[in-house]
Design a protein around this ligand. Structure first.
Ligand SMILES: CCc1ccncc1CNCCCCSC[C@H]1O[C@@H](n2ccc3c(N)ncnc32)[C@H](O)[C@@H]1O
Length: 710
């Protein structure tokens, strides 16, 4: 559609959402990483010049590594790519660089490749970078085991015997070293553990264990992923290293026995000295890719590269302090080809205290009699035990953004206050109504409040906790409904004051219906901003529907959203949004092809830690009024003055969400569960200090677009 009518707005939004999905964002900053590209090129050149003249590039992406091999003089170059979009892109790139005759590209997974069906004979070199932040997440181990059995010539026999490299096989990268480190990090903690005992006036004790789906727990079920990823150098508040970085694993990609033995390798137990006092929040992991003897790529947090690290959050050590004389026991295993790290115990004064089991309180009581260090530790742990009275195995899994939402204290307090105001206004209204008995404070009928938040939300309970309110929740998962019911009971909210609304829904518009034929809503709570920083799709439509379902004096929450933005110069945002010319990609012409998938708005941005130069004050860009449709517009021109000279590359934006005239929450606040978004300019714009700019801000189908000119 875009090719046919590039300015067709629907196609443009959809394309942008699709582009984000089709082509992963890391392609841009990987291709912009000249250092990485150059090191791969050098390793490939050395291998080809020393005789590897048939090459297979597994997971070619845009084709850059295959082109390095061709340019280095390899006689035959093959490449395979499982993503259709990337396969077609690689074909275009290779043709544009005049190598379509020299590189045969296959749209397939390497595991499906056979000789002679796909490639005529075994190759002397496999190049690949099919790795993720946890190293094995793209299946490199399985791919290389298959390659050694079916696609590669046999490896060099002994180190000493010399064999022509054209008759032996090898892999670039030759191997990897995996490092890990224990950290204290509040930002990780608030995304993986509920750190508050009270939310919006509700005691959370009865909730049981709420935890993120990231867990290396011993019983791996498909709902959990072993690790998440973070760019440690860009986490708000940073992190504190509790151990030195330690080597968790070495792997030689040129040794097929070692590769095959990896998943059956026994679990490794490492004992790591704690180097400073702190709360254990996670193990972080990165690695060095040894391309060959000379060249290595590192994904470490101290590198200035843009790679993320793998994060293994610990769940069960809430409030547990490691001390310098402790040793942390970590288990490393590669079961099911994922790298799994688990902090299992602490050794203090020679006694090992296991972390992952629930200490039963009785055993701890015995310890407490003779007051000694591990007794404190034990009682600390057993207090954990009492705090979460249901046993550990019954926990409710929430997305990390839902956990962070629960930990967003200001968000829930604001809703609690705004709801209290609405309820007292409506009760007051009722009392003032002619004939009502001034003495009877309680309204005979109840106030009906609907929470149509996406995902897990306590807002319905917070509404019901005000009394005289019957609350409806759109929480749909059974386990999450049970948590809400437990919290209702433990917070003295009568069970019949909480109902689950979803079962009426046909479609999302269907969810917004009257509570019953003769009733209307006193309050409807909408979810307006996605965690990634974008306005939710169809927000304005939902708001106009909701308004029709309100009783006189009823309110939609929030009633208004004000969009703020600022002008910045940020190379980081550029490098993550588009390939910058031909230099970073070793002179190959790749940028125009991959940049077709550039999207104008960068999401999941942590603006508080973005390295950038501010070129203006924050300015109000747009207002969305959810209570008065006539106040809305689709396009706004905003004048803003540059406060410093520089090159405008992006306009980060965020929201003030007004629950009512006075009460608002900001999506940029310190413990906000939201990330921010940024409009990235097509062309950076040079400005002088004091110069005025004109921002043209448009909102179409919940999609904000911003352009800047003088
Ligand atoms: C310093 C490296 C680093 C460190 C930390 N974080 C990220 C990186 C950068 N690497 C990211 C690449 C990750 C994606 S893999 C690249 C391309 O290969 C494709 N594929 C994957 C497996 C596979 C296969 N068996 N057969 C054919 N194709 C295959 C994918 O479809 C993708 O297009």
């Amino acid at each position: 559609a875009l090719k046919v009518r590039p300015d067709y707005p629907e196609a443009r939004e959809n394309f942008h959402r699709v582009a984000n999905w089709l082509v992963e964002r890391w392609h841009f900053f990987m291709l912009n990483d000249y250092g990485r590209n150059r090191k791969y090129q050098q390793a490939i050149q050395k291998a080809v010049q020393s005789g590897c003249n048939t090459v297979l590039d597994i997971g070619t992406g845009t084709g850059i590594l295959g082109m390095c091999a061709k340019k280095a003089g390899a006689a035959e170059v093959y490449a395979c790519e499982l993503s259709k979009t990337m396969y077609e892109l690689a074909r275009e790139v290779v043709t544009a660089n005049g190598m379509d005759g020299g590189i045969k590209i296959l749209h397939m997974k390497s595991l499906e490749m056979e000789i002679p069906k796909d490639i005529p004979q075994r190759v002397s070199l496999v190049v690949t970078e099919t790795v993720d932040a946890g190293l094995f997440g793209e299946g490199i181990i399985e791919s290389l085991i298959h390659a050694w059995h079916h696609l590669l010539l046999p490896p060099q026999r002994g180190k000493n015997e010399f064999q022509e490299q054209s008759v032996t096989g090898r892999v670039i990268p030759a191997g990897a070293t995996v490092f890990a480190m224990a950290v204290e990090c509040l930002e990780i903690r608030r995304h993986h553990r509920v750190c508050v005992s009270e939310v919006g006036g509700l005691s959370m004790v009865a909730a049981g264990e709420l935890r993120s789906p990231v867990s290396c727990s011993s019983e791996p079920d498909d709902s959990t992923e072993p690790y998440t990823t973070e760019r440690l150098s860009r986490l708000p508040g940073g992190y504190k290293s509790l151990t030195q970085p330690f080597t968790a694993l070495n792997i030689d990609f040129n040794n097929v026995q070692e590769l095959e033995g990896l998943t059956s390798r026994e679990v490794q137990r490492l004992r790591l000295p704690v180097i400073q006092e702190g709360e254990l929040d996670a193990l972080t992991v990165w690695f060095q890719l040894h391309l060959d003897e000379e060249n290595s790529l590192s994904t470490g947090p101290q590198e200035d590269t843009c790679w993320e690290q793998a994060v293994y959050p610990v769940h069960n050590t809430k409030g547990f302090l490691l001390k310098p004389e402790d040793e942390l026991v970590v288990e490393v295993s590669c079961r099911d080809a994922y790298l799994r790290l688990c902090s299992v115990a602490v050794v203090r004064n020679g006694r090992e205290i296991r972390l992952d089991q629930r200490l039963d309180t009785q055993a701890c009581e015995n310890h407490i009699s003779n007051r000694n260090p591990e007794a404190e530790l034990c009682s600390a742990l057993s207090s954990l035990q009492t705090e979460q009275n249901p046993p550990s195995n019954d926990f409710c899994s929430l997305e990390s953004s839902e956990i962070a939402l629960l930990n967003n204290h200001a968000y829930h307090q604001s809703f609690r206050a705004a709801l209290a105001k609405l309820i007292s206004q409506l009760k007051g209204k009722w009392q003032n109504r002619a004939g009502a008995d001034p003495g009877s404070t309680d309204r005979s009928d109840l106030l009906y409040v609907l929470d149509v938040s996406e995902g897990f939300s306590l807002l319905s309970l917070i509404a019901a906790s005000h009394g005289h309110v019957k609350a409806y929740s759109s929480v749909e998962k059974k386990k999450q409904q049970e948590v809400l019911k437990r919290l209702a009971t433990s917070n003295n909210i009568p069970e019949e004051r909480l109902e689950f609304w979803l079962n009426h829904v046909e479609d999302e518009q269907g969810m917004l219906k009257r509570p019953s034929r003769e009733k209307l809503w006193s309050g409807i709570m909408l979810d307006c901003v996605e965690t990634c920083g974008l306005i939710r799709q169809k927000l304005m439509e939902k708001a106009s529907l909701a308004r029709c379902l309100l009783e006189d004096g009823g309110r939609v929450f929030p009633e208004k959203i004000v969009v703020y933005g600022t002008l910045v110069e940020s190379d980081t945002l550029l490098l993550e949004s588009a390939v910058q010319g031909r230099e970073p990609t070793l002179g190959f012409n790749i940028a125009p092809f991959i940049n077709q998938f550039t999207v104008p708005v960068h999401v999941f941005l942590d603006f508080s830690t973005l390295d950038c130069k501010h070129l203006s004050q924050s300015v109000e860009l747009f207002v969305l009024d959810l209570m008065d449709a006539t106040a809305n517009y689709t396009h706004r021109e905003v004048k803003v003055q540059a406060t410093a000279a520089g090159r405008i590359t992006a306009v980060p934006f965020w929201y003030n969400i007004y629950l009512d005239q006075e009460i608002s929450v900001s999506t940029l606040s310190q413990n906000s569960h939201w990330k921010q978004a940024a409009a990235v300019l097509q062309e950076p714009l040079e400005v002088g200090a004091g110069e005025w700019l004109r921002l043209s801000v448009k909102l179409h189908k919940s999609t904000i677009s911003i352009s800047v000119d003088k």
